[in-house]
Design a binder for this molecule. Structure first.
Ligand code: ADP
Length: 421
C-alpha cells in the first residue's frame, strides 16, 4: 500500500506513542526501528520510523532524519510528521529545530508548526508555554530529567536558539476561532517570514482544528496527539479508503519481563507498585560500572518468567545525581542501558516473549539489542502506549515501549493483562 503519511520519531517510545494513536483509526501502522537498509516493501498507509536521536548531536540527528525522510519518500509519502516528546525534551543544543529546518529544506517548504500538546496525557500549550498537568514544564518533574532537564517552559524561547529562521505563535484565541482563522494566521506569519510556528492547544478539539487547518502542509511537527485526527481527515479527503489496510497480529508466548530505566516520576510510582506484585531486582549503576551485569543475569536465571519479573534502574533524583557525579551523565546512562539490553537478550533466550520496557532511551537500547527492526501496532494499553509485535532472533515477541511519564500507577500489570496469553 502506498504510504500516505511518513513519520519520523526521535525515540522509540515516541514512535510507539504516535503509531498507537494513528492505529486508533483501525488503519494499519508499521513501525520501523531505525531507517531500513532495504528499499520500501510491504508498506502501510502509515509508516513510522523510530530513531534514537533525541539527545544525539545535531549533525548526527539531521543526517539520520534526512535518511528517514528519503526512505519515506520512496515509500510514496507526500506528507511527513516530525515527532518529538510532548515535554519537548531538548536542550539549547538540542536538535528539534535543526532537524525541522533540514526536513523543510529537503521538502522545499518555508513553514511548519510545532505542537507537542497531548491533552489526554496532561500536556497543553497556552501562549506558547507548555504545561504538564497543572504545572509549567519547568516547574514539573521534567526539570530533573537525567538527560534533558527542562528549565524553561516557553516553546518559542526553547526553539529560537535552535533555528536560523524566525519563530512565531498562533495562540489559543486563534485556534479557538477555527481552522480558517488558523490558516489565515499561518499565512500572515508566513508573510512576516516566520518559518516556525508554535501552535497553542489545550484540549482535543484544538488538535482537531489544528490538524484540519494543517493536514495539507507537507511537514508537521509535534507530539503524537496532533497527528491523531489525520487518518479521519485523509479518509474524508479520499486519500485513504475507510476499511483499507487493516492490521493482524501474531499470538506470542507467555513468558514476560519488565525492564525499567526511566527515572520519571510516573515510572517511579509504577516500579514501586509493581515491586509489591512480582519478583524485582534493582540495578546499581556504580556496581554495574565496576562489575558488569553478571549478578543481575544470575538473579534473572533464577526467576520463573511466567511470574513476569522486573529489573529496574529507576531511582530518585538524588540517587541519580550521585551516580552521575561519580560516573558522568553519559556513562551512568550508558552502563544501565547496556545492562538492560543484555538482560533483555538473556530473558528472550530463557523464553520471555512479552517485554514491557519503561524509558525512551532504555526502550531504544532494548529493542536494538533484541534486533527488532519492524513492529506492527496492536492494542493500546494506556494513551500513547500500544503493544507492538515484531521478531527477535526468529521468534514472535510483543513489546510495550513506554515513555517515562506515560501510563497510570498500575501500568506494568495493565500491560500484562491487556496481552494475556
Ligand atoms: P524517560 O523516558 O523517563 O526519559 P529514558 O530511558 O529516556 O527515560 O532516560 C533515562 C536515562 O536515565 C537513561 O539513560 C538511563 O540509563 C538513565 N538512568 C536510569 N537509572 C539511572 C540511575 N539510577 N542513575 C543514573 N542514570 C540512570
Amino acid at each position: 500500500m502506498t504510504t500516505i503519511l511518513g513519520c519520523i520519531a526521535d525515540d522509540f517510545t515516541g514512535a510507539c506513542d504516535l503509531a498507537g494513536l494513528l492505529a486508533r483509526s483501525g488503519v494499519k501502522v508499521n513501525l520501523r526501528l531505525g531507517v531500513p537498509d532495504t528499499l520500501p516493501s510491504d508498506t502501510a498507509a502509515f509508516e513510522v520510523i523510530a530513531l534514537k536521536c533525541r539527545t544525539a548531536p545535531v549533525d548526527e540527528a539531521v543526517a539520520e532524519c534526512r535518511a528517514a525522510l528519503a526512505w519515506l519518500k520512496q515509500a510514496g509519502a507526500a506528507r511527513f510528521f516530525w515527532k518529538y516528546c510532548s515535554t519537548f525534551d531538548s536542550t539549547a543544543v538540542g536538535n528539534i529545530g535543526p532537524v525541522a529546518e533540514a526536513l523543510m529544506a529537503d521538502l522545499g517548504v518555508s513553514q511548519t508548526i510545532y505542537c507537542p500538546a497531548f491533552p489526554e496525557n496532561g500536556r497543553s500549550i497556552f501562549m506558547g508555554n507548555l504545561f504538564v498537568g497543572t504545572q509549567l514544564l519547568a516547574e514539573s518533574p521534567m526539570k530533573d530529567h537525567p538527560l534533558t532537564p527542562m528549565r524553561d517552559s516557553n516553546l518559542m524561547r526553547l526553539l529560537t536558539p535552535q533555528t536560523t529562521a524566525p519563530v512565531g505563535l498562533a495562540d489559543r484565541l486563534c485556534v479557538a476561532s477555527g481552522a480558517d482563522a488558523l490558516q489565515a494566521r499561518l499565512r500572515e506569519l508566513s508573510k512576516e517570514g516566520v518559518a516556525h510556528v508554535v501552535v497553542d492547544a489545550v484540549a482535543d478539539d484544538d488538535l482537531k482544528t489544528i490538524a484540519k487547518a494543517c493536514c495539507d502542509m507537507p511537514l508537521l511537527t509535534g507530539g503524537s496527539a496532533v497527528a491523531m485526527p489525520l487518518p479521519a481527515l485523509y479518509i474524508a479527503q479520499g486519500l485513504l479508503a475507510k476499511n483499507a489496510d487493516k492490521s493482524t497480529v501474531p499470538q506470542v508466548g507467555a513468558g514476560a519481563i519488565i525492564l525499567s530505566g526511566s527515572c520519571s516520576a510516573m515510572t517511579r510510582a509504577q516500579v514501586e507498585s509493581y515491586a509489591n506484585m512480582a519478583p524485582s531486582y534493582q540495578l546499581d549503576p556504580l556496581d554495574l560500572a565496576q562489575n558488569g551485569a553478571q549478578k543481575a543475569c544470575d538473579w534473572l536465571a533464577a526467576q520463573p518468567l511466567d511470574a513476569a519479573p522486573m529489573i529496574y534502574a529507576t531511582a530518585k533524583p538524588a540517587t541519580v545525581q550521585k551516580a552521575q557525579d561519580q560516573l558522568g551523565v553519559a556513562r551512568a546512562g550508558a552502563v544501565i542501558e547496556q545492562a538492560l539490553a543484555a538482560l533483555a537478550i538473556e530473558a528472550r533466550n530463557r523464553g520471555a516473549r512479552r517485554f514491557v520496557v519503561a524509558g525512551g532511551e532504555t526502550s531504544g537500547a532494548v529493542a536494538k539489542a533484541l534486533g527488532v527492526t519492524q513492529m506492527t501496532i496492536g492494542a493500546e494499553i494506556a494513551p500513547g502506549v500500544p503493544w507492538g509485535y515484531g521478531q527477535s532472533d526468529g521468534v514472535d515477541i510483543a513489546l510495550a515501549l513506554k515513555s517515562g511519564n506515560f501510563g497510570t500507577t498500575q501500568f506494568f500489570s495493565d500491560a500484562l493483562t491487556e496481552l494475556e496469553v
